[in-house]
Design a protein. Structure first.
Lengths: 449, 92
């Protein structure tokens, strides 16, 4: 298994941007979840011809064996929380009640395209993973959960589900869509929506794997996680661990955004490849960017120098205080002002508060206003200090991690762009504007509780 | 069978549900060293450590005072099994 960047293809068109142009592949040797035909949906016949059928466990012994393989593989959730897959499956299997399997395809990060790409081009690999998870915990139903504005993705999944209708012994599959915003993809929000409620995060004293949809054990898994599971079910834990590092095994999908040659490009990578290598090979960069946004809009800015040498390794990044999150890697273009970009992202995050918790509802707009004052050279050194303190006072006070993500984004911006902050305080131009691909949906789609 | 018994705990954690808090602020008057209000008057719990003795009595008083029932005392043993933050077990 090669350890270089494995493969890349263009993400499908995000709803707010229009269609992408160009589909490309590079370094196809060793490609895993992106192996196979690109730029179109792989049919069930093609999928089985390429990978063979996946056998599902229907006895207690077989289920325990699958748990053993998943545990040994070290697979963790690729939606952002990096929660061990085996822990969810074990909890759902050991809990009384008939479990439900949820494929979380909501992918609420505006610049992320990896999950939509898998659902459009590799729906059967994702559904294989979901079927394996469902059979392992004894679920008889799979729910594929999508945002309502993802027409082409929806069509691809529906076509795939139709092809699977006559497969023997497969759990039933329901495809459902929901109108929801940024926080609607959080697992408790998905469970709330599928229980007939509003798609906003709900505070839970028990995990969804124990008590989820209508109190039933519910395994909510990200699309990419299930694609990896579909391969682990065929090739085993040892194969999975041949890529990546011992602490963060397997390959991972990144979506490139910001100042890159082809925004929205999805790349399959595994450690020890560095972020810099990805940006040179696939992002069209020839020199270090000033900074790179990692993990999503509620992620962190890190300096271009630090990012350049950082391996695409979830464990190493977590150790350095950075989460690879949904896999977004967005370098700041040299002609852009990092503070202005952050204001744009904070405005968006503030608009997406579910409005349930006061600190988030009132705090996030205030953070955006404070940072805007700094970016527009209307702030003093004291204002910067107060903005930072206010941000810290909000952190941890929400019912979900949404405000914490916004606070981390702001705090990392004040740190990484400290030289720009100083220039702005003194009223000097920073020479940058708003550049790079940092899309925010045009209409705020925040659901209210 | 006893129904609606008042659990008597020697040690418990004070937990806030920020989605229920409406900023009445009575809790902070009852228990100023365990709870704080943010810039808009919404509650936050200062410590996730188990409380006992006088702290626990104050926490109980604060929780009882909340008109929104946004504060609760969670048995330490129960809390240990669900140690992750409010918002659920994970983000996927």
């Amino acid at each position: 298994m090669t350890t270089s960047a494995l493969s890349l293809v263009m993400a499908p068109d995000p709803p707010h941007l229009g269609p992408y142009t160009g589909v490309g592949t590079l370094g196809a040797a060793g490609t895993r979840v992106l192996a196979g035909p690109l730029g179109r949906r792989e049919t069930l016949a093609e999928h089985y011809e390429r990978l063979g059928a996946l056998s599902l466990p229907y006895t207690d012994n077989a289920r325990e064996a699958v748990l053993g393989v998943v545990g040994a593989s070290g697979l963790v959730g690729r939606g952002g929380a990096e929660f061990p897959m085996v822990t969810k499956l074990t909890a759902a299997l050991r809990t009384t009640g008939v479990p439900i399997m949820v494929v979380n395809g909501s992918e609420s990060e505006p610049a992320s395209g990896k999950d939509a790409l898998l659902l459009r081009y590799r729906p059967h690999l994702v559904l294989d993973g979901a079927s394996l998870a469902a059979a392992t915990v004894g679920a008889q139903q799979i729910v594929v959960y999508l945002h309502e504005d993802t027409g082409a993705t929806y069509a691809s999944v529906i076509a795939a589900v139709r092809e699977r209708a006559h497969l023997p012994g497969m759990p039933g599959i329901v495809v459902t869509t929901s109108a929801s915003g940024f926080v609607g993809g959080e697992s408790s929000a998905v469970v709330s929506a599928l229980s007939g409620g509003v798609a906003v995060p709900r505070r839970r004293s028990t995990p969804a794997a124990v008590s989820g949809i209508h109190g039933r054990p519910t395994v909510v898994s990200n699309v990419e996680t299930l694609a990896h599971l579909g391969l682990i079910g065929r090739f085993g834990a040892g194969w999975f661990r041949e890529a990546g590092s011992p602490a963060a095994p397997g390959s991972t999908l990144l979506t490139l955004a910001g100042g890159v040659a082809h925004p929205g490009l999805v790349v399959e990578v595994s450690a020890p490849v560095s972020i810099g290598t990805v940006l040179v090979d696939h992002g069209g960069l020839t020199q270090q960017p000033p900074a790179v946004l990692i993990g999503g809009y509620g992620g962190r800015w890190i300096s271009g120098d630090a990012a350049w040498h950082a391996p695409v390794d979830r464990a190493a990044m977590r150790h350095a205080g950075v989460s690879l999150g949904c896999g977004l890697v967005a370098p700041l273009p040299p002609e852009s002002c990092g503070l202005e970009v952050t204001v744009r992202l904070l405005d968006y995050l503030a608009s997406q508060s579910a409005g349930q918790c006061g600190s988030c509802l009132f705090g996030l707009p205030r953070l955006a206003v404070d940072l805007r004052a700094i970016a527009e050279s209307r702030a003093t050194r004291g204002d910067v200090k107060r903005a930072h303190e206010l941000a810290q006072s909000i952190s941890g006070r929400g019912g979900c991690a949404h405000p914490d993500g916004a606070v981390a984004l702001l705090a990392s911006a004040l740190e990484v762009f400290s030289a720009d902050v100083r220039r702005h305080i003194r009223g000097l131009p920073c020479g940058g504007g708003l550049a790079g691909w940092f899309p925010v949906p045009a209409a705020p789609a925040s659901a209210s509780a | 069978m006893k129904i609606g018994i008042h659990m008597k705990m020697d040690s418990a954690r004070l937990v806030a549900n920020p989605a229920l808090c409406d900023g009445h602020g009575i809790c902070v008057l009852r228990s100023p060293d365990l709870l704080t209000l943010d810039a808009w008057g919404f509650v936050g719990v200062e410590s996730t450590e188990p409380l006992s003795g006088r702290d626990l009595r104050r926490a109980r008083s604060a929780a009882a005072a909340c008109p929104e029932r946004a504060l609760s005392l969670v048995d330490v043993q129960v809390a240990a099994g669900n140690g992750r933050r409010a918002g659920g077990d994970s983000w996927q």
